[in-house]
Design a protein around this ligand. Structure first.
Ligand code: 5GP
Ligand code: ZN
Length: 298
């Protein structure tokens, strides 16, 4: 039996399917859907930013995930990264938008006890400056969204000059044949320029299809491991007969990515033990290193 490293990894692991409940309706979902008036600051596939109707100071922005999630802990890690990218760009845009901003505050209230009043996760980005008046209660600060339109327009213009990084391109579906141009885009977006240079110099004879790690599961405890699995497959497709060090690096990077995605090393350690210590030897089956350049077996 021919055994792929990643197949072995995932055969060794129990799979825990996750059922996603339909998102409950909420005011920020209405803003995302465009059915509630709001003063827009930024929008992309994963993140929306708009002005708070109860601003602590002019420019007070809320950065929210497009897909409903209740608290910080419920937002998928890649969306959280996109939210912090947007928050950073918004904070940098405050002075360019002519807003008073000696410093700024990032705040996220999670759960009622922590002051969360809207049950759709949101990151506050609040300009702060010396000599501010003490904050009034939020209800007393409320204004109509239309009153925020000119500040929002200034912020949008300031952001256009230095926007948040473009969201990464969506990864192809399992088994989908991926043209080289798309592979180039993915390598650039995921910080793999050396891998792309290698592929460009010497493209593997067979078209790329991701069929490996990602075939075993998409979610692990609610976290999508697809990107880690996909990139691992891509690295294997691009090599590696006779390139043992690269192969080890690719496996180590998969384990690091998984540990980062899950915010824990436990799963990565299990993979490491399963592959490197238990491994193919115990199953008495040879690994197949790389499926792009491997010469056909006799
Ligand atoms: P929390 O207390 O949940 O951290 O903050 C909720 C934030 O949402 C406050 O800044 C509040 O003013 C703002 N907010 C509540 N309802 C709306 C709304 O319908 N539209 C907008 N733009 N902001 C809202
Ligand atoms: Zn919502």
């Amino acid at each position: 039996m021919k055994l792929r490293l990643d197949r072995l990894v995932f055969l060794l692991l129990p799979v825990c399917p996750v059922v996603h409940a339909a998102p409950p309706p909420c005011v920020f979902c209405e803003i995302v859907a465009g059915t509630r008036e709001h003063a827009l600051v930024h929008r992309d596939d994963r993140v929306l930013a708009f002005l708070s109707i109860g601003p602590r100071n002019p420019g007070h922005t809320l950065v929210v995930p497009v897909r409903h999630a209740e608290t910080f802990g419920d937002v998928p890690p890649d969306t959280l990264h996109a939210m912090t990218d947007v928050a950073r760009a918004v904070a940098a845009a405050f002075p360019r938008a002519g807003l008073r901003c000696d410093g700024y505050q990032l705040q996220m209230n999670n759960g009622r006890a922590a002051g969360q009043t809207v049950g759709h996760a949101h990151l506050h980005v609040i300009p702060r400056f010396a000599g501010e008046a003490p904050a009034e209660p939020e209800e007393a600060r409320r204004v109509a969204p239309a009153a925020l339109a000119s500040v929002a327009a200034r912020l949008r213009a300031a952001l256009a000059a230095d926007p948040p990084p473009a969201p990464r391109p969506p990864l192809p579906a399992l088994g989908e044949e991926v043209p080289l141009e798309r592979i180039r885009e993915i390598c650039v977006a995921y910080g793999l320029p050396q891998l792309w240079r290698k592929i460009e110099r010497d493209p593997p004879p067979r078209p790329f299809r991701s069929d490996g790690c990602t075939g075993w599961f998409d979610d692990w405890q609610g976290v999508s491991l697809y990107p880690a699995g996909f990139l691992h497959d891509l690295k294997y497709w691009a090599g590696y007969p006779g390139e043992d060090v690269e192969r080890l690096v690719a496996d180590a990077e998969l384990m690091i990515d998984v540990a980062r995605l899950l915010g824990s090393t436990a799963m990565a350690e299990t993979m490491f033990r399963g592959v490197r210590i238990g491994g193919g030897e115990q199953l008495n089956a040879p690994f197949s290193w790389g499926f792009g350049r491997q010469p056909p077996r006799p």
